[in-house]
Design a protein around this ligand. Structure first.
Ligand code: LLP
Length: 400
């Protein structure tokens, strides 16, 4: 990747995604499950750029969505409704209604109250809603507490006993059709054992439902496959698939996976230019034109992203790479060995394809960065850099 040429052409800060790598990652997950019927429902939240979704649609991917906005994005990008899942702990009535009307594959329900709500709305619409229930297997996924979701102390899903009750409730209802079972224990998972344990618990439940004539079609194992940011030992898709399938012998479920980070994380970088260097009594700062509003992960999770000064080696000393936002928490990297930089030098922040642009904001009235795709050796703009006018458009006409 010629980062300098891209920065020259599109300016900085800039997100760049390698679409060939995205395709490769998609196929890696799909192939891992080739022994079974399977659906890769890409977790749109990780990166919802329309061109990226179009690429995944063309590859045959489905979509796991957490708002009706994401459902609409997926449909617009060409992902068919029968490959779209709608998850999330807090769906609004209008979102539920629209999902039912759009005839998506299923709605993932996360509480008793939600089940009643979905039933009521389906009844009002005179439709049958296909549903699955998210089971919380109470397993520690051993990841960052902010992105761990499968413990009873987390807000997600229902426990096994409640899930049983809900399947019986759905079976009796003329407006609900239980078609799937779902779990997702966390994100950036690097250990196989918790996934296998969770899968075993949920498989057991699915099999016990079969005995009472609740025949499910989809076994949805969520997302969470981790990637390498630094030196993590990650899980191979093949081993992941084997661990899950080992809990499902004697069954014929279609396996649904919801990978987000694995598909796009390492396929993307964030490019930012050096504005100044500054040395205080205790620290060296490299101040760049990208900030926490563009890439929030370091500030929010203390997440590690590898950084490199493009084309420079030389004597390296410790430095923090920080943005212009007026917060001490505004940093992209801390205590890294980096060479002396000058105004205009380019810094590449790696593994920024997932949960990068989508978590960006206009904090400090900073326009969101442009996004560029690389495919077969060519680059193309896939989201225009925001302008000042675009940011204030929704306010300015109300000024009196
Ligand atoms: N399915 C469900 C139900 C989820 O909650 C998530 C992520 C996924 C799938 C996709 O997980 P993945 O394969 O990407 O790990 N902003 C955080 C990550 C939040 C993940 C939330 N749920 C970060 O930057 O690390």
């Amino acid at each position: 990747m010629d980062y300098r040429a891209l920065a020259q052409k599109y300016d900085t800060p800039l997100y760049v995604y390698d679409f060939n790598e995205v395709a490769k990652n998609y196929h890696a997950v799909k192939n891992a499950f080739k022994a079974r019927k399977s659906l890769v429902a890409y977790a749109v939240k990780a990166n919802s750029n329309m061109s990226l979704l179009k690429l995944l649609a063309d590859l045959g991917s489905g979509a796991d969505c957490v708002s009706i906005g994401e459902v609409k994005r997926a449909l617009l990008a060409g992902i068919p409704s029968y490959k779209i899942i709608f998850s999330g702990v807090g769906k609004r009535d209008d979102e539920i209604a629209e999902a039912i009307q759009k005839d998506i594959l299923y709605i993932n329900i996360e509480s008793e109250a939600e089940a009643e709500r979905v039933e009521l709305i389906a009844k009002e619409l005179g439709k049958v809603a296909r549903v699955s229930f998210r089971v919380n297997p109470d397993i520690d996924p051993k990841t960052h507490p902010y992105i761990s979701t499968g413990l009873s102390e987390n807000k997600f899903g229902v426990d096994i006993e409640t899930a049983k009750k809900l399947y019986l409730f759905a079976k009796k209802s003329p407006y609900l059709l239980p078609v799937g079972i779902h779990f997702h224990i966390g994100s950036q998972l690097t250990q196989l054992e918790p996934i296998k344990e969770a899968s075993a618990i949920v498989a057991e439940l699915a099999k016990s439902l079969q005995k009472i004539d609740i025949d499910l079609k989809f076994f949805d194992v969520g997302g969470g496959l981790g990637i390498r940011y630094k030196d993590e030992k990650t899980i191979e898709p093949y081993d992941y698939a084997q661990a899950i399938l080992s809990t499902l012998s004697g069954t014929d479920y279609t396996i649904v996976t919801e990978p987000g980070r694995f598909i796009v994380g390492n396929a993307g970088v964030f490019l930012t230019r050096v504005l100044y260097e500054k040395q205080t009594a205790s620290k060296r700062f490299i101040i760049v034109d990208g900030a926490m509003n563009d890439l929030l992960r370091p500030s929010l999770y203390d997440a590690y992203h590898e950084v490199e000064v493009v084309g420079k080696n030389g004597d390296a000393t410790l430095a923090d790479v920080v943005g212009p936002v007026c917060e001490s928490g505004d940093f992209l990297a801390k205590d890294r060995l980096l060479p002396k930089t000058e105004h205009g030098d380019l810094i590449v922040v790696k593994s920024a394809g997932a949960y990068g642009f989508v978590m960006s904001s206009n904090y400090n009235t900073r326009p969101r960065p442009a996004e560029v795709a690389l495919e077969d050796g060519k680059d193309r703009l896939i989201r225009e850099r925001e302008s000042f006018e675009y940011i204030i458009e929704k306010e300015i006409r109300f000024m009196v």
